[in-house]
Design a protein around this ligand. Structure first.
Ligand SMILES: C[S@@+](CC[C@H](N)C(=O)[O-])C[C@H]1O[C@@H](n2cnc3c(N)ncnc32)[C@H](O)[C@@H]1O
Length: 313
């Protein structure tokens, strides 16, 4: 099995949000290297239980092996999308659910997975290799307009149209097959001069989100996660960019309000009462402290939001 090193982010904060203790039941929808999962099982010894999944087959194998070494018989780990958790985890059975979104370090650091613009690899970006759609399919097959929309909506790339037009022009002579080929095109269009981030950062993020339908999974996953929670149980979500964070924030706001409104705008006269099923544990997002950022620069954009299920047993 290849080396698999992922430093869990905001670990102490996740534990204090989920409060694992003996006999507690938890679900981790994004197991990765099982860093958070192992800490949850350790803190809920000797009788705590964990349901876990990841859509990445390598992560699932690593997580199973790591958890089995210390916590044999106290977990059920399956490969799959966290949006499907409610199909196999009993409803209202969990004291806490964790979603630690985005990619793991081994995914980014393995060039063959095609997530990195720093190292050369196939233009792939699939978290789940059973899926057929790859980044190369989007880059070579979508219209310039559709690609510009992806770069803008999922990457916030201001040059989305210019990049997409240039890409559509270049692929007429040679299809895009590798990560460096795409990164070089963006470097040519937007030289780095003094900028901190690589110019292809946003384009790569946008393609990754599109290939893996990350926003669709997140919306469905939040709904699923709430179904798993007992009243008083908590949902902890770690996001890594503003688009994800906005989805979590809007979900929390809508579910913690005591009214709904038809359409996209809240018109007070049209409000209808509803019983909220969630409340915020903290109003503000929790961010890594200076010490964690020093030890793990990849935590720099992480934000944790915590919601609690309310309502009768
Ligand atoms: C940031 S890593 C999680 C790291 C983990 N918490 C740890 O301590 O090692 C994110 C993981 O979520 C997985 N993932 C992302 N979206 C997913 C989804 N919709 N369903 C299941 N797993 C997903 C990725 O494959 C990746 O392994």
């Amino acid at each position: 099995m290849p080396e698999f090193n992922h430093q869990p982010v905001l670990l102490a904060e996740v534990l204090s949000a989920l409060r694992p203790g003996p006999g507690g039941r938890f679900a981790d929808g994004t197991l990765g290297g099982a860093g958070h999962a192992a800490a949850i099982l350790a803190a809920s010894s000797p009788t705590g239980w964990l349901y876990g999944c990841d859509r990445d087959g390598v992560a699932v194998e690593v997580a199973k092996k790591r958890l089995a070494e210390k916590f044999g018989g106290r977990f059920d780990v399956r490969r799959g999308n966290y949006s499907e958790l409610a199909e196999w985890v009993p409803e209202r059975s969990c004291d806490g659910v964790l979603l630690d979104l985005g990619v793991s370090s081994p995914q980014v650091d393995t060039p063959e997975r095609g997530f990195s613009f720093q190292q050369d690899g196939p233009l792939d970006m699939r978290m789940d290799d059973r899926q057929t759609l790859t980044a190369a399919d989007l880059v070579n097959g979508e219209s310039a307009e559709a690609l510009a929309k992806i770069f803008w909506e999922y990457g916030g790339e201001r040059e989305s149209r210019r990049f997409a037009r240039a890409l559509a022009h270049d692929r007429e002579s040679r299809k895009f097959a590798t990560t460096r080929q795409l990164a070089k095109l963006i470097e040519r269009l937007a030289p780095r001069a003094g900028k901190k981030a690589h110019p292809a950062t946003k384009v790569f993020q946008a393609l990754r989100i599109a290939v893996n339908d990350e926003i669709g999974s997140l919306r469905a996953g939040l709904e699923a996660a709430v179904k798993l929670l007992k009243p008083g149980g908590r949902l902890a979500v770690i996001t890594f960019h503003s688009l994800e964070d906005r989805v979590v924030k809007e979900f929390g706001r809508a579910r913690s309000r005591d009214y709904t409104f038809p359409g996209p705008v809240d018109v007070p006269e049209l409000r209808e009462p509803r019983v909220p099923d969630l409340k915020w544990v903290e109003r503000k997002a929790i961010r890594p402290g200076a010490e964690e950022l020093r030890m793990n620069p990849r935590a720099r954009s992480a934000q944790l939001r915590v919601l609690e299920r309310v309502g009768a047993e």
